[in-house]
Design a protein around this ligand. Structure first.
Ligand SMILES: Cc1cc2nc3c(=O)[nH]c(=O)nc-3n(C[C@H](O)[C@H](O)[C@H](O)COP(=O)(O)OP(=O)(O)OC[C@H]3O[C@@H](n4cnc5c(N)ncnc54)[C@H](O)[C@@H]3O)c2cc1C
Length: 420
């Protein structure tokens, strides 16, 4: 990417999904902008590394095809989306049980009717919740009474068994927090997204999402490897003292950095996660499904085989296995691998010894916490003062959808403020 051109209309600090969505909207309205990005590439938390023929997303994540903002700005066909099976395999002690969405996989769901994952009335309740949320609009979900997710599950009448074996590990893996303290509004939104669409991976990895957004931006509008150290309404200061002037500045960094750059922004608490990639010469799950830790023992929360979802994630003859752990474990990588392997052996047997550890990613800021009552105001202000704006997933929902929406909202606010 080329050097900064002088005085763009808008400077965008950070080239993650929010910054890219903001840029794209400004571009559509003929406004010039510069994205100034600290790292060596665009995409922020949604980047994919190509290593020895494998696609390694920086942490396990999926695109929900039902996200309205993703539908609006992305070309799904060009992304070559491959979807997960709508269900999960639950590991409890050394047994595994398959559960499936009864409306999309009736045959597989019939098998789960007789599994010990919850009572028959739990299954009826799940179905009723799914149908209610399918009918409900996203707007009304974000106006509904807010409480913690755990409280909401208890009020729905779910038994402790289905909460501990299925709902807790599933939702922990999404919210990246153990206590299910996340706002019930986020829970209902996420549940609706699963009911309305599919979890999916692009053929070229999750990084194909920002790549697609960036593909129409002029090359000279992006400056990489350049950290912004301070911002004011009409200018930013770069690491080595250079100043860039603009009519307005948008801070599109992750929440904690936004708080550093804009004193007075409400604090953002981070949820962390660790992802371990293994390589094997077979697919231990045998289908594109998510495996969950249903008994709560050990460090692993969930596991999947991305190459089983999208074969381009691994070279022919190999499987890429992604193991997700909540938080950042204290052990070093070697000790962590030992405890992970011992848990994997109880799930998949001694063949786990043949798996090769490939990479461990510790992601300190994966999501901004959305602990109740974080979403009492589902869309936080994006305008700090005339000329200074902020976007990112910490302004909306902590998700790809939220980051994209916040970027567009910010661009719309700028367009109104400056009557471009
Ligand atoms: C492991 C993991 C799993 C996830 N799972 C899902 C999922 O399944 N589904 C889902 O919808 N969402 C998921 N998410 C969340 C989703 O990825 C984020 O909500 C979204 O990518 C946030 O985008 P953003 O643009 O707000 O922030 P970021 O992607 O963090 O972008 C901020 C950018 O600002 C840059 N920057 C920071 N400081 C500076 C500075 N001083 N100067 C210049 N540049 C700077 C950073 O380098 C970065 O590129 C997951 C996230 C992670 C990490």
């Amino acid at each position: 990417m080329s050097a900064l051109k002088s005085d763009p209309d808008i400077v965008i600090v950070g080239g993650g999904l929010a910054g890219l969505a903001c840029a794209r909207h400004l571009q559509q309205h003929g406004i010039s902008f510069q994205i100034i990005e600290a790292s060596d590439g665009l995409g922020g938390r949604v980047r994919t590394d190509r290593v020895a023929g494998f696609l390694l997303d920086r942490g396990f994540q999926v695109l929900q095809t039902a996200y309205p903002e993703a539908q609006r700005v992305l070309d799904y066909t060009r992304l070559g989306l491959r979807t997960f099976f709508p269900g999960a395999v639950i590991h409890i002690d050394d047994q595994s049980y398959r559960v499936a969405d009864p409306l999309r996989m009736p045959l597989a769901a019939f098998e789960s009717l007789f599994s010990p994952i919850g009572t028959m009335s739990d299954k009826v309740r799940l179905l009723a919740l799914r149908q209610r949320l399918r009918r409900q609009s996203i707007d009304s979900i974000f106006k509904s009474e807010e409480r913690t997710t755990l409280d909401a599950l208890q009020r729905e009448g779910f038994s402790p068994t289905i909460v501990s074996t299925l709902l807790r590990p599933f939702l922990r893996g999404i919210f990246l927090e153990k206590g299910l303290k996340t706002s019930s509004r986020m829970f209902e939104f996420v549940f609706k997204m699963f009911a309305d669409g599919h979890g999916a991976l692009p053929a070229n990895g999750m990084g194909a999402i920002p790549d697609q957004l960036a593909s129409t931006l002029p090359a000279e509008s992006v400056r990489l490897n350049t950290r912004v150290i301070s911002v004011s309404p009409n200018s930013v200061t770069l690491e080595y003292g250079e100043h860039v002037q603009a009519r307005a500045v948008v801070v599109a960094t992750e929440g904690p950095e936004a708080c550093r750059l804009i004193p007075g922004l409400e604090p953002v608490i981070s949820c962390s996660t660790t992802c371990m990639y293994f390589v094997a010469d077979y697919d231990p799950l045998g289908s594109p499904i998510l495996a969950l830790n249903g008994d709560g023992s050990g460090v692993i929360n969930s596991l999947c085989v991305p190459s089983s979802v999208a074969p381009s994630y691994a070279p022919a003859g190999s499987s890429l296995i992604s193991v997700s752990i909540l938080g950042i474990p204290e052990e070093d990588n070697k000790k962590l691998e030992t405890s992970v392997r011992s848990q994997l052996k109880s799930w998949f047997g001694p063949k786990v010894d043949s798996w090769r550890i490939f990479r461990t990613c510790r992601i300190l800021h994966a999501l901004p916490s959305q602990a109740f009552p974080a979403l009492s105001q589902p869309q936080r202000p994006v305008k700090m003062e005339q000329g200074l704006y902020v976007c990112g997933d910490h302004r909306d929902t902590a998700s790809i959808h939220g980051a994209l929406v916040s970027g567009r909202r910010t661009a719309e606010t700028i367009l109104e403020d400056f009557a471009f």
